[in-house]
Design a protein. Structure first.
Length: 202
């Protein structure tokens, strides 16, 4: 379940809640080769994060940082070097935490969120970008459709307000995602995706 907004613990504090036990976001990091760029994509090279506009790159970085904090037990602020706080985006951090907490608790299949330094975009990261982009233009039905690709319908409805809050807070900070570009990336990654053989974050 998503955290209640009124709880005293900060939404970006990942310590002490046993998040590392969640199998849907379990690590699959190759100790010898490091980040497994493009793992899970078999028909051509997946899109590179560097080809996205800055708002989309920021969202991908934030998703990956959240999962890194989730797995390591570090606080989100520590992993992001207080980036959200420095830019006055604490509300956006709380919204991201809410959405990702729902995803971690309810994912209907293994979710592919990659390490911060991975140069390629995963299909699941593209889906989340699509949801945020749709929410920024108040296409909440389309945002829900995107979320339902990675979580059950009930969970998608719970996650949607958090995604909408994240989208709004980013837009207020001048970070609007290019809806057409994000949709194109989503289609490209879906075409290349294959069902993951195991639950992983690399």
């Amino acid at each position: 379940m998503a955290r209640h907004r009124g709880r005293p613990a900060p939404a970006n504090d990942n310590r002490g809640d046993n998040r590392g036990d969640n199998p849907e976001l379990a690590p699959s990091h190759d100790a010898e080769t490091g980040c497994q760029d493009g793992a899970g994509d078999v028909s051509g090279t997946p899109p590179e994060v560097s080809t996205l506009d800055f708002p989309a790159q920021f969202v991908v970085w934030a998703l990956r940082a959240w999962v890194q904090a989730f797995k390591s037990g570090e606080s989100f602020d520590a992993v992001t070097h207080h980036g959200f706080t420095r830019f006055g985006l604490q509300a956006a951090a709380r919204a991201l935490d809410g959405a990702m907490t729902v995803l971690a608790a309810s994912a209907s299949r293994p979710i592919d969120i990659r390490c911060v330094n991975c140069r390629y975009l995963s299909p699941d990261e593209a889906i989340l970008l699509d949801a945020v982009a749709a929410a920024q233009t108040e296409r909440h039905f389309m945002a829900t459709v995107a979320l339902r690709k990675i979580m059950p319908g009930t969970a998608a409805r719970i996650a949607l307000p958090h995604v909408a809050d994240l989208a709004r807070d980013l837009a207020r900070a001048g970070m609007r995602l290019d809806c057409d570009a994000v949709s194109n990336v989503d289609m490209m990654t879906e075409e290349r995706a294959t069902p993951p053989a195991r639950r992983w974050l690399h």
